[in-house]
Design a protein around this ligand. Structure first.
Ligand code: ADP
Ligand code: ZN
Length: 720
C-alpha cells in the first residue's frame, strides 16, 4: 500500500504539504528530513506525520530521505504543534525552535561520474566531465565557480547518464571524547536547611511517581532556591532522566552558571545567545546524545533532551522568557506544557512571582513551596526611601544616598547603584522653542550619550552627532534633561574623585571588558562602586556589598504598561536582595518621586503578599491577567493612512464576529506610534477564556492588505 506523509516546508505558510513515499523506502520517516520538488525547485521538508489517504490524488513522490535517524522526536513535533496553535504562528516557525539553524540549511548538491561514457560533448560539457573525472566528486558551488552557467549542461549530461547529481546534508558533528571526559572541580553540597529539605522532599515524591506537576518555589532572595534546583536535578539524573534549567539571559554570564558547572561538570550543556552556530550545533548534539543537564536562556526549552524529568524556570516572572518576534512564545508557560506532555516536573522559582503564577498556586493549579528565610540567617537588608520631591538641591543623588555611599566605601565595603536607563541624558531640549530631537524612523526621542557626544535611538539604532544649536530654531541654549547610567557614573566621580567606579550596561559590555571580566573585577574588590542597569539586579552574589542605591524607582511606573507596578516591585526586591548577603547588615536606599505608591511601599518591607493583594484588586477591576487573557493585534506598515484603515477594518470584522462577549479595545496608535519607519496600530482583545480569542480570530479570517502586516501576540508581556 502506498504511504503518504505530511511535511513542513520552510516557507511562510501554516499548511502542511502531502507527498507520497516510494515503495522501496520502508523505514519510519517521522522527524527526518526529505528532499522534494516544490514548484519545480528542490526543497527540504520535515516529516511531521504519516496519513492514511490524501484528499488529492495527484501526489508527488519525495526524491530522497536525507537522514538515517530522526532529527526531531515525536514529542518535539507535538510540542511544536501546540506552540504553533497556541501562539498563532506557522508550524514551520514553531519547528525552527527545535532545530539548530545549521540543520535547516539546504542540502549540498554534488556531481559524480555516471555509469555511461559519452563521446560527443560540447565544450562546456567537456569541462564538466573533466572536472568530475579529476576530482571524483564536485560540489555544485565549486563547479559553478569554474564553469559559467552550467545548469543546462548538467541536465543534459545527467539525462544521458554521464553524471549523477546527488543531494546530501552535512552529517551531524561527532562529539569529541575530550569534552565528555573533562574533569571539573566539583563543589561540596551544603547541608539543607529544614525549609529546603521540606521543599525538595515534596518535589522528589513527584519525580519518583513520574507524573506531571508544577511547583512554585517562592523564596526570598538568598533563601537557597538554587540549591533546591541542584538537588532536584541530581535526583532526576539518578533516575536516568534529564533536566532543563531556564535562566533569564542576563543571569547566564554570571556566577549562577558556575554553580551548575561545579555540581554537574561535563554533564551540563550551556546554551546562550553568544554561542556561534557551530557551538550551538555541538551542544545540541551533545544533548541529543544524552547529556543530562541543559542550562540556558528561553530557547533552551526546546533542547532535544532525552527522557525529560524536570524543567526549572528561575525568576519565572522575568519578561525575558517571552520572545518578542514570531513565534511569540513564553518559555515559562510552554515549559509547563512540555512537562505535561512528557510527564515531567516543573519548578518555577522566584522571590517575586508573577501574579499569574501566584494566582495559579492559590487555586491549586501549582503547588507552592515556601522558603521564607535567607539560608545563612542573614537578615534581609533595611530599606529606606528618599522622597526626591523634598530634596533641597535637586540632583541625581540625595544627601542620604551620598552619605550612605561614603560610609560604605569608607568601611571597606562595596556599593551597587541601579539606574535603569543607559546613556547620559534622557533627551536634549531647546530652551527657546522647547523642541526635542526625535528619531526620524521612530516616534521616540533620542537619547544623549556623552562618551561620543551622539544622540541615539534605542529602538532602531539610529544615531547622529548632538547638535550645538537647536535644529528647529537655531537657538544656542540646549538643556540636557533626565539622565542615564553614564551621568550617574560621572556624578559619582565628581562627588568622590577617588572612588573606583565601574559602569555596566549594554553599551559597556559590548566594549572593552566582557560582562564576566567586569564582575570579576568587582568580586576581587578592585572596584568600589558598580553602576548599572537592571542587568546587575539579578543573580549576583557579592557578600561585600552592603549598600544598594536605586537612583530612580519611577522609570517603570511611567510606562503605559499594566504590569508597571509588578515590574517595579520585582526590580526593587531583586536589587535589594544584592545587599547584605555576607555577614554584615545590608542597606538599600531607594530614591523616588512616588514614595506613596504601593509598589514602592510594599517593596520597602519586601512584603510580597500585601503587594499581591493590592495588585490583584487593580487587575480585577480592570480585567487584566490573571483575571483575563489578552491578545494584542498590531498592524504595521510604512503608509500611515493605510495602516489606520486596515486597523479600522480589523476591528469592524472583529465586532461583527464577536459572539462570545470578548472585549475589543481600539484601534489606537501603538504607544510608540512609529518604529523603524513603520507605523503601528493596535487592537487589544480581552476575555477570561483564551479559547474565545482563538475562536474569534479564526472566525474573522482577516488578511491585511498588501504593505501592511499583522502581528498576533497572545499573552503579551510588553507594553499593552
Ligand atoms: P537564591 O537562589 O534563593 O537567591 P541561593 O541558592 O543563591 O539563593 O543561596 C544563597 C547562598 O546561600 C549561596 O551562596 C548558596 O551557596 C548558599 N546556600 C544555599 N543553601 C545553603 C545551605 N543549605 N547551607 C549553607 N549555604 C547554603
Ligand atoms: Zn529609531
Amino acid at each position: 500500500m502506498k504511504r503518504y506523509i505530511n511535511l513542513s516546508l520552510r516557507i511562510p505558510t501554516t499548511r502542511l504539504y502531502t507527498y507520497s513515499v516510494p515503495e522501496h523506502i520502508k523505514k519510519n520517516l517521522i522527524g527526518k528530513r526529505v528532499l522534494v520538488l516544490l514548484k519545480q525547485k528542490k526543497a527540504v521538508g520535515w516529516v511531521i506525520e504519516e496519513i492514511d489517504r490524501p484528499d488529492n490524488l495527484e501526489i508527488k513522490e519525495i526524491i530522497t530521505v536525507l537522514d538515517d535517524e530522526p532529527i526531531i522526536s515525536p514529542q518535539s513535533i507535538n510540542l511544536a504543534k501546540w506552540t504553533a496553535e497556541y501562539y498563532l504562528c506557522g508550524l514551520s516557525e514553531a519547528l525552527n525552535l527545535f532545530i539548530p539553524p545549521s540543520l535547516s540549511q539546504k542540502p549540498i548538491t554534488y556531481i559524480e561520474k555516471g555509469s555511461i561514457e559519452i563521446t560527443k560533448a560540447s565544450p562546456t560539457q567537456k569541462l564538466i566531465l573533466e572536472l568530475v573525472k579529476e576530482k571524483g566528486r564536485v560540489s555544485l558551488s565549486t563547479l559553478k565557480s569554474r564553469v559559467p552557467s552550467p545548469y543546462s549542461c548538467i541536465k543534459k549530461l545527467s539525462a544521458k547518464g554521464a553524471i549523477k547529481v546527488i543531494s546530501q546534508v552535512k552529517p551531524l558533528p561527532e562529539i569529541p571524547k575530550e569534552i565528555k571526559a573533562k574533569e571539573v572541580a566539583k563543589d561540596i553540597p551544603p547541608v539543607l536547611s529544614p525549609d529546603q529539605k521540606e521543599a525538595i522532599d515534596k518535589i522528589r515524591l513527584c519525580i519518583e511517581k513520574g507524573s506531571f506537576s508544577t511547583f512554585l518555589l517562592y523564596g526570598v532572595t538568598g533563601s537557597g532556591k538554587t540549591e533546591v534546583y541542584l538537588r532536584a536535578i541530581e535526583d532526576v539524573i539518578k533516575r536516568g532522566r534529564s533536566a532543563i534549567v531556564l535562566l533569564p539571559e542576563i543571569s547566564l554570564t554570571t556566577q549562577l552558571i558556575e554553580r551548575f558547572k561545579m555540581r554537574f561538570g561535563a554533564e551540563c550543556a550551556i546554551i546562550h545567545s553568544r554561542l556561534t552556530t557551530k557551538e550551538r550545533l555541538t551542544e545540541w548534539q551533545r544533548i541529543r546524545q544524552g547529556c543530562p543537564v541543559v542550562v540556558g536562556a528561553r530557547s533552551a526549552l526546546f533542547s532535544p533532551s532525552k527522557n525529560l524529568g524536570l524543567i526549572v524556570v528561575d525568576e519565572e516572572q522575568s519578561s525575558s522568557y517571552k520572545q518578542e518576534n514570531d513565534p511569540r512564545y513564553n518559555a515559562r508557560d510552554t515549559a509547563v506544557m512540555r512537562a505535561k506532555m512528557e510527564k515531567a516536573v516543573v519548578i518555577l522559582g522566584s522571590a517575586t512571582p508573577s501574579l499569574e503564577s501566584f494566582h495559579n498556586s492559590q487555586i491549586r493549579r501549582y503547588e507552592r513551596l515556601d522558603l521564607p528565610e535567607r539560608v545563612q540567617k542573614s537578615r534581609l537588608p533595611d530599606v529606606e526611601i528618599v522622597d526626591m520631591r523634598s530634596e533641597k538641591t535637586p540632583g541625581i543623588f540625595s544627601q542620604k544616598l551620598i552619605k550612605a555611599i561614603e560610609e560604605t566605601v569608607g568601611s571597606g565595603h562595596q556599593v551597587i547603584l541601579l539606574m535603569n536607563r543607559r546613556g547620559f541624558s534622557n533627551y536634549i531640549q531647546c530652551y527657546d522653542c522647547g523642541s526635542i530631537p526625535g528619531c526620524p524612523n521612530c516616534d521616540i526621542t533620542l537619547t544623549f550619550h556623552s562618551s561620543d557626544k551622539r544622540l541615539r535611538c534605542h529602538y532602531c539604532g539610529f544615531s547622529s552627532s548632538a547638535p550645538s544649536v537647536c535644529p528647529k530654531c537655531n537657538a544656542e541654549r540646549i538643556k540636557y534633561s533626565g539622565f542615564g547610567t553614564q551621568q550617574v557614573e560621572k556624578e559619582v566621580l565628581r562627588i568622590f574623585p577617588k572612588m573606583r567606579v565601574l559602569r555596566m550596561d549594554t553599551d559597556t559590555t559590548k566594549k572593552r571588558l566582557s560582562h564576566q571580566e567586569m564582575l570579576s573585577l568587582f568580586a576581587e574588590k578592585k572596584v568600589d562602586c558598580l553602576v548599572g542597569t537592571q542587568m546587575i539586579s539579578k543573580g549576583l552574589h557579592f557578600p561585600n556589598v552592603i549598600l544598594v542605591g536605586v537612583i530612580s524607582a519611577d522609570i517603570f511606573l511611567s510606562l503605559p504598561d499594566f504590569r508597571a507596578a509588578e515590574k517595579t516591585f520585582s526590580l526593587l526586591t531583586q536589587v535589594s536582595g544584592r545587599s547584605g548577603r555576607g555577614e554584615d547588615y545590608g542597606r538599600v536606599v531607594i530614591q523616588t518621586y512616588n514614595p506613596g505608591h504601593y509598589a514602592i511601599q510594599t517593596a520597602i518591607h519586601q512584603d510580597y503578599s500585601l503587594f499581591f493583594q493590592k495588585e490583584m484588586e487593580y487587575r480585577r477591576e480592570l480585567l487584566y491577567p490573571p483575571f483575563s487573557r489578552l491578545l494584542s493585534l498590531i498592524l504595521r506598515g510604512e503608509n500611515e493612512e493605510k495602516v489606520e484603515k486596515e486597523a479600522e477594518r480589523l476591528s469592524e470584522v472583529l465586532l461583527v464576529n464577536n459572539k462570545e462577549d470578548v472585549h475589543i479595545l481600539g484601534p489606537a496608535p501603538y504607544y510608540i506610534s512609529k518604529i523603524k519607519k513603520n507605523y503601528l496600530y493596535q487592537v487589544i482583545l480581552k476575555t477570561p477564556d483564551y479559547k474565545r480569542l482563538h475562536r474569534l480570530l479564526l472566525a474573522c479570517d482577516f488578511k491585511p492588505a498588501s504593505g501592511v502586516s499583522l502581528i498576533k501576540d497572545i499573552d503579551p508581556v510588553g507594553v499593552v
